[in-house]
Design a protein around this ligand. Structure first.
Ligand code: MG
Ligand code: MG
Length: 275
């Protein structure tokens, strides 16, 4: 397999798909609260995707039984929605993918439920900052390792750890394309990024370095040491004018959601906070 480059017109359709996915996440976000089941969040997402004329990308993918990944606390990714109710203090990671007009959009958010611990809050901030550090490094002419390193450096300098068992990935007509995009790596290494390359960047971050176990359901990946985990993901494109985040509303200028404003301004004055 090799990297599939997208033409500008194709990027526009991917951005349409991405804007729909952003809207789906917004609808799900409104439902996140103590006492709500992850099955309900799944149903809200699925209904919205279908109403938008799109199709769930995860449902049936390699046999996955639901539209969203709903991963709570020490669950890293691939949590299966169920009757489990969210509790005050939980972190809930929601990963959603959809197909629209033949193209895939893939993004994830992690939400605090009610009042979370200071450490959990910090985990959200650092994961978000790491994603945006990676996005800023996604410049034509630089190497993919620069993106990986930017993510890793942000996470580890905050004293947290990146999960190494899962990686970001090229995305386009297929949900998983070349190249793999690890959340750790060496600057200056890996394939050169060129305009038309599109990938999902998805740091998964834990409080401490840990192994990964998969529960008996065959899907849910958890930290073996019980560490909290967060995942935030965007689908992005390399363009001649810098990175373009495809999973945002049309024309949006976004920065991190959780990073405190003063940190954002220090690190990325070019990004306006819009939410
Ligand atoms: Mg995803
Ligand atoms: Mg992904």
């Amino acid at each position: 397999m090799s990297i599939v480059y997208k033409r500008p017109a194709e990027l526009e359709i991917m951005a349409e798909a991405g804007a729909l996915l952003h809207a789906v996440h917004d609808l799900v976000e409104r439902e996140v609260a103590e006492g709500v089941t992850t099955q309900h969040l799944n149903d809200v997402a699925q209904r919205a995707i279908l109403e938008f004329g799109a199709k769930p990308a995860f449902l049936g993918y390699n046999g996955f039984p639901a539209t969203i990944n709903a991963s709570i606390n020490e669950q890293i990714v691939h949590g299966i929605p169920s009757g489990r109710k969210l509790r005050n203090g939980d972190l809930i990671s929601i990963d959603i993918g959809l197909h629209y007009k033949g193209w895939v959009a893939d993004s994830a958010r992690t939400y605090p439920v009610g009042q979370v611990s200071v450490t959990a809050r910090r985990l959200l901030e650092v994961t978000d900052a790491a994603l945006w550090a990676g996005i800023r490094a996604a410049q034509a002419g630089r190497r993919l390792g620069d993106v990986s390193w930017a993510v890793q450096k942000t996470v580890e300098s905050a004293g947290f750890a990146v999960v190494r068992e899962f990686v970001g990935h090229g995305v386009g007509r297929q949900m998983h394309e070349e190249p793999q995009v690890p959340n750790w790596g060496q600057p200056g290494k890996g394939p050169e990024m060129r305009p038309g390359m599109t990938f999902a960047l998805e740091p998964m971050v834990t409080i401490s370095r840990t192994k990964v176990n998969v529960l008996q359901d065959g899907w849910t990946a958890v930290t073996s040491n019980g560490s909290l985990s967060a995942q935030i993901e965007h689908t992005i494109a390399i363009t001649a004018h810098g990175p373009r985040v495809l999973t945002l509303p049309k024309g949006a200028a976004h920065g991190p959601i959780y990073t405190p404003l003063e940190t954002q301004l220090a690190h990325q004055p070019e990004l306006a906070l819009s939410r």
